[in-house]
Design a protein around this ligand. Structure first.
Ligand code: UDX
Length: 468
């Protein structure tokens, strides 16, 4: 099929590249010429493992082109994805200006040569499917409005940054919301190869042994939009729950990693997204929970659980500061090294990253803050030029004469560190492990005064002791 994807951000670029890899002919369109030129040169505008390789393979398999003008691609396409940004407004509502502009332009470009489906891939508030349909219609010329036929679908994405290609090629489900069978039929045809897993797996994203037929969940437009919000709100709540339990574990002398293993093995609960830490961040969870709260408010409903999720998360981000105070007493004049800046590993994304809040709070309290991140330091320098953080070239320079290290992002390479060497460089070998990356025993054996999240007691030589 012929497909246009509007917006070359995270979702748009990955979706376009995956659909082309599956054998469709795809045009990715963006008004930002510099992004399009980069993509034409085979370079990804975002850091995502495997994406440049996938773009190269997709160009060979199905045909993947990059354009700044959507007119010709839309005319030639059966399916047009809207995958533009919906950044949060100060009120918590989503800014729909880009979606609205895209929908009108699609309308203006349509002719009557074929039936087309306009698909909402951007995370839009509940009810936007109808809005997009109305705006596309508004964009049609008077003459075109008599002949043009199109349907609207909602097809939320569930891809995680850092594993976006894996999540797109081997999804747990494909959700499609539509109001008529012609639209649903086009979407089922588009995703037939993906649902049946009929494609060779790329070397950088091998098919999991467990991968099988992917269910297509066919719903109404509104249900599909609600599925997206509910999934993210549930995951945010799940992490928030683990964080809340971690705080109780510290009071009663339990280890949250053991507790979560114990509850996660219950198949009704499941073991994923139960890692306690410094709270969730990133471009989706905060924005989507706020947006769902905003929608419920519009209907006069107060969503207490969602409110609590945000409250627990805000408090959790600052737990590492309390722990530094408990270890060092005075933070003024201390040198604190942050291990990691990105909101999670394998991305350079700093949107709603806990690192920024932790750094700002420490600076405000008079500490000197250093940071090392394998990928995100350039973006941090560029996006937050006023953040008074000293960037270090490696972990050893981060540790040199530092008073404490805080694990902010659990980059796999941090797990490989020679901890004894790191500790030996520090004035005070204090480690606050905000991600429970290290085993307390290993850190203690390396000479660290270690504290994790929700690990009130740990074993040294098989004997359970307390951290303080
Ligand atoms: C999320 C959703 O997972 C994805 O389905 C959706 O489409 C987009 O939003 P993403 O923001 O890329 O994806 O990251 P994710 O892996 O979900 O992590 C979100 C945050 O939760 C990160 O800050 C991460 O560190 C944190 N997290 C995750 C935890 O603190 N504990 C966990 O157990 C899992």
């Amino acid at each position: 099929m012929n497909v246009t994807v509007i917006g070359t951000g995270y979702v748009g670029t990955v979706t376009g590249a995956c659909l082309a890899y599956l054998g469709h002919r795809v045009w990715c369109v963006d008004t930002d010429l510099s992004k399009i030129e980069k993509l034409r040169a085979g370079k990804s505008p975002i850091y995502e493992p495997g994406l440049e390789e996938l773009i190269a393979m997709a160009q060979e398999r199905g045909g993947l082109e990059f354009e700044t003008d959507l007119t010709e691609p839309v005319r030639q396409s059966d399916v047009i994805f809207v995958a533009v940004g919906t950044p949060p407004l100060p009120s918590g509502a989503s800014n729909l200006a880009y979606v609205e502009a895209a929908a009108r332009s699609i309308g203006a470009a349509m002719d009557s040569s074929r039936f087309r489906v306009v698909v909402n891939k951007s995370t839009v508030p509940v009810g936007c499917g109808n809005l997009v349909g109305a705006l596309v219609r508004e964009g049609l010329s008077e003459e075109a409005s008599r002949f043009v036929t199109f349907g609207v679908a909602s097809n939320p994405e569930f891809l995680r940054e850092g594993s976006a290609i894996h999540d797109s090629l081997y999804p747990d489900r494909i959700v499609v919301g539509a109001e008529d069978s012609a639209t649903m039929g086009v979407m089922q045809e588009l995703y037939a190869g993906l649902a049946a897993q009929e494609f060779p797996d790329p070397w950088f994203a091998p098919r999991p042994m467990t991968a099988c037929q992917v269910p297509i969940v066919a719903t109404t437009l509104t249900s599909a939009e609600m599925i997206k919000y509910s999934a993210n709100a549930f995951l945010a709540n799940k992490i928030g729950f683990a964080n809340e339990i971690s705080n109780i574990c510290e009071k009663v002398g339990a280890d949250v990693t053991e507790v979560m293993t114990g509850i996660g093995l219950d198949s009704r609960i499941g073991s994923k997204f139960l890692n306690a830490g410094i709270g969730w961040g990133g471009s989706c969870f905060g924005k989507d929970v706020e947006s769902l709260l905003h929608t419920s408010g519009e209907y006069g409903y107060r969503a207490h659980l969602l409110e609590a999720s945000i409250t627990v998360n805000k408090a959790q981000r600052l737990v590492v500061i309390q722990k530094l105070q408990e270890k060092l007493f005075i933070l003024k004049g201390r040198t604190i090294g942050l291990l990691g800046l990105s909101f999670k590993p394998n991305t350079d994304d700093l949107r709603d990253a806990p690192s920024l809040q932790i750094a700002e709070k420490l600076i405000q309290m008079g500490a000197r803050v250093r940071a090392y991140d394998p990928i995100a330091m350039d973006s941090c320098r560029e996006q937050y030029p006023d953040l008074r953080v000293l960037y270090c070239n490696d972990v050893l320079s981060l540790a040199e004469h530092a008073d404490a290290l805080v694990v902010v992002t659990e980059w796999p390479e941090f797990g490989e560190l020679n901890l004894a060497e790191v500790a030996s460089r520090m004035d005070h070998a204090v480690m606050v492990d905000g991600r429970n990356l290290f085993s307390p025993e290993r850190a203690a054996a390396a000479g660290f005064d270690y504290t994790g999240i929700g690990r009130a007691g740990f074993r040294v030589n098989g004997v359970r002791t307390h951290q303080q």
